[in-house]
Design a protein around this ligand. Structure first.
Ligand code: ADP
Length: 160
C-alpha cells in the first residue's frame, strides 16, 4: 500500500510556523507530502478553505515535493483515493496526545493498512497554535513571529 506518499491533514486555520516546521521535516523524510485541508461544514473556521489553501501554497512554495490539497468526508477514504499509506500528525504537548491517540486508533480500526506517524514539535514552536494566532490577531497584537511572513497580511486583513 505504501507508495511513498504521506498525507498531513489538518485545519490549518491558518497555517503557522509550527505546521511549516513539520512539513519541512516531512519533506526530507518522504518522497512526496500532501498537506490536506479538511473541509468540514460543521466546523467553520475563521478562514474559508480557499484562503487556507492559498496561504499554505505560499508558505510551502520552497518545498518541491509538497503538494497542497483539500478533502471532505473521511480521511481514510481520501487516503485510499490518493493511494497514500501514511498519515502524519504533530504532537506538541501531552494535551495533544489523547485526541491524537483516539483518532489514530479509530482510523486503524476502519483502515488497518494505513499507519499514523507522529513528529514531535520542535521545542521552539511548541507553544504555537492557530488559535493563539487568531486570539492575538483579534486583539490587534503582534503575531508576526508565529506565522510565515507571506501570510501576515492575510491575517491582518481578516481582522480589520
Ligand atoms: P486539527 O484541527 O486537525 O488539529 P491543526 O491545523 O490545528 O488541525 O493541526 C494539524 C496538526 O498539526 C495536528 O496534528 C497538530 O497537533 C499539529 N500541530 C499544530 N501546531 C503544531 C506545532 N506548533 N508543532 C507541531 N505540530 C503542530
Amino acid at each position: 500500500m505504501y507508495n511513498g506518499l504521506c498525507v498531513y491533514p489538518g485545519s490549518f486555520d491558518p497555517v503557522t510556523l509550527g505546521h511549516v516546521d513539520l512539513i519541512e521535516r516531512a519533506s526530507v523524510l518522504f518522497p512526496e507530502v500532501v498537506v490536506a485541508v479538511l473541509n468540514n461544514p460543521d466546523k467553520r473556521g475563521k478562514f474559508d478553505v480557499a484562503q487556507r489553501l492559498s496561504m499554505l501554497e505560499r508558505a510551502c512554495r520552497h518545498l518541491a515535493n509538497v503538494r497542497i490539497d483539500s478533502f471532505g468526508g473521511l480521511l481514510v477514504d481520501y487516503m485510499r483515493k490518493q493511494g497514500a499509506g501514511i498519515v502524519l500528525r504533530g504532537l506538541r504537548a501531552v494535551t495533544d496526545f489523547e485526541s491524537e491517540f483516539q483518532m489514530a486508533q479509530v482510523n486503524r480500526q476502519i483502515a488497518p493498512e494505513i499507519e499514523t506517524l507522529f513528529l514531535m514539535t520542535s521545542p521552539h514552536y511548541a507553544y504555537i497554535s492557530s488559535s493563539a494566532v487568531k486570539q492575538i490577531a483579534s486583539f490587534g497584537g503582534d503575531f508576526s513571529s508565529l506565522v510565515p511572513a507571506v501570510i501576515i497580511d492575510d491575517i491582518r486583513n481578516a481582522y480589520r
